[in-house]
Design a protein around this ligand. Sequence first.
Ligand code: S6P
Ligand code: ZN
Length: 196
Amino acid sequence: MLLPEGVHIDGVSGAVTPETGRYRKPLSELAGIFHDKAAYQAALQAGDPLVYEVVEYRKDGGDLFFGTTIMHPGAIGGEYFMTRGHFHADRTMGEVYYTQSGQGVLLLESRDGRSEVVEMKPGICAFIPPDWAHRSINTGRDKLVFVWICNPRAGHDYGAILSKGMRKLVVADGAKPYAVVDSPAFAGETAERARS
Ligand code: S6P
Ligand code: ZN
């Protein structure tokens, strides 16, 4: 029988107590997700910074699990540090992201190519509907820490986003904290659609 439990989440460090697992994503494990390949190589040679960490609380047989994602500040060629981004393998399952500290953007893309942005800041609880790809981006100078909650059977489908990227990039933009711009990787496809 599964037993109830209170889990402490530190909203600044992202520590989960007790935790049942974690992983780290240094820049070297994020090949292909940043648009500027030369800037990516230069940043790797300068020291392979840690981009994000994920800490989880999971119980065998549970229909929910949760944890934190801790995103470090930084940018590659003007594009802010981001997660890989994924659809869920189970297309019927969505997710919730509750931001605890820092500033960021949740970039979402529907299966048919609609883009949406939800601001991430303390107090915002983002609803991620089923079958929307989601990527988190730290646009601030501090860590971005958020709690995620979903069904452990949702799974991850990284393929589509890894091969084509997302339609929008989130970049540094002078006076403004960030700008959401069209990704050049999709320029050909957009032009083709306009011609047909
Ligand atoms: C899982 C949930 C998060 C992300 C994490 C890293 O469904 O959305 O735990 O896995 O934020 O993102 P990604 O795209 O590298 O898995
Ligand atoms: Zn997810």
